[in-house]
Ligand binder design. Structure first.
Ligand code: NAI
Length: 336
């Protein structure tokens, strides 16, 4: 079976080439173009396309893929909210995904952000490079014996609970379901109590109507002064303007964000002054206690390897006519 791999980065190619050897029935061609209505016709002669969160797989793209006899869309990510599932169903195009790949990758990055913002590592790094060895502005606090508040204890949140426990922290969690594997060292509490008692708060729930702007000025006011807030889940869990207000109120010792509301608008790719002036992300970056990374939580060798293995196993299951738990059901929705 022939797969056209869209939006190829060098690291994608390396991880897929390492795994495709184990699937002799599959061949992959790579293109740097992302999948959208202008590029969908490139899939002529391919059985499947491999796409990502950034791809535009709306109605028009789907129609073109159908006209080119593409039968399978392999999402190399968990999310599928950019896929027009109704049209996929209409044309009998199967959509498969990678529901989970390496929760530890994201949890470790969340802890890295918490530590880096607590000890101002970004500032320390720059100071020392400029030959300034003074410690002013670098004081943090011990995590040992402090309280971590984990919101959402699914795969990634549970990994974060284990890491915090390993640091000797008291771990509190809030979730709509309790994770039994954590019962020996995690205390489930109300959201109110988690907000008021935690020294480090880390968000690991999905973005849904019920979690949209979960962190807003009301919830921020309930937090301890000097708290560290980390978000590696989805930008819109946090109402950015309220976060800025909270930072101005000196609520936070540090804020570490791997995701932010403007992520999909390419604010920093289009660096026009006007866009940057109105960008809440640019405003966040002006604060010395905020550290932002560019949605890299998942980006480890292990996670990329797992994404490649699962995606190619999905392709192989399709070729063999097998059902798979990684099939995206033909109903509206989507999470990660
Ligand atoms: P998961 O589905 O295993 O866990 C999510 C947890 O959130 C579940 O336990 C669920 O019960 C809980 N939850 C749902 N509604 C809630 C609410 N209103 N309040 C509190 N908890 C609630 O998901 P997983 O794999 O742990 O991923 C979590 C999130 O991490 C994803 O939704 C995604 O947004 C983000 N993510 C970020 C990545 C990155 O590179 N930064 C990579 C992969 C995922």
């Amino acid at each position: 079976m022939k797969i056209l791999f869209y939006d190829t980065k060098s690291y994608d190619r390396e991880s897929f080439e390492a795994v495709v050897k184990n699937f002799p029935e599959i061949s992959i061609e790579y293109t740097k173009s992302d999948l959208d209505p202008r590029t969908a016709a490139l899939a002529e002669g391919f059985d499947a396309v491999c796409a990502f969160v950034s791809s535009d797989i709306g109605t028009r793209t789907m129609e073109i893929l159908h006209a080119r006899n593409v039968r399978l869309i392999l999402m190399r990510c968990a999310g599928f909210n950019n896929v027009d599932l109704d049209t996929a169903e209409k044309y009998d195009i199967r959509v498969m995904r990678v529901p989970g790949y390496s929760p530890e990758a994201v949890a470790e990055h969340a802890m890295a952000l918490a530590l880096a913002s607590n000890r101002r590592l970004y500032k320390a790094y720059n100071k020392v490079r400029e030959n300034d060895f003074s410690l002013s502005g670098l004081m943090g606090f011990n995590f040992y014996q402090k309280t971590a508040g984990i919101i959402g204890t699914g795969k990634i949140g549970a990994a974060m609970c284990r890491i915090c426990h390993g640091f000797g922290m008291k771990v509190m969690a809030y979730d709509v379901y309790q994770n039994d594997s954590l019962k020996d060292f995690v205390e489930y509490v109300s959201l109110e109590r988690l907000l008021s008692d935690s020294d480090v708060i880390s968000l690991h729930c999905p973005l849904m109507d019920s979690t949209y702007h979960l962190i807003n000025i009301e919830t921020i006011k309930k937090m301890k002064d000097g708290v560290i807030l980390v978000n590696t889940s989805r930008g819109a869990l946090v109402k950015t303007n309220d976060l800025i207000e909270g930072i101005r109120m000196h609520k936070f010792a540090g804020v570490g964000l791997d995701v932010y509301e403007e992520e999909t608008n390419n604010v920093f790719e289009d660096r026009s002054d006007e866009i940057l002036e109105h960008s809440t992300t640019a405003r966040l970056l002006s604060f010395p206690n905020v550290m932002i990374t560019s949605h890299q939580g998942f980006f480890t060798r292990e996670a990329l390897g797992a994404i490649a293995s699962t995606t190619l196993q999905n392709a192989s299951d399709f070729a063999a006519g097998k059902d798979s738990p990684n099939d995206v059901p033909f109903v509206h929705g989507g999470t990660a």
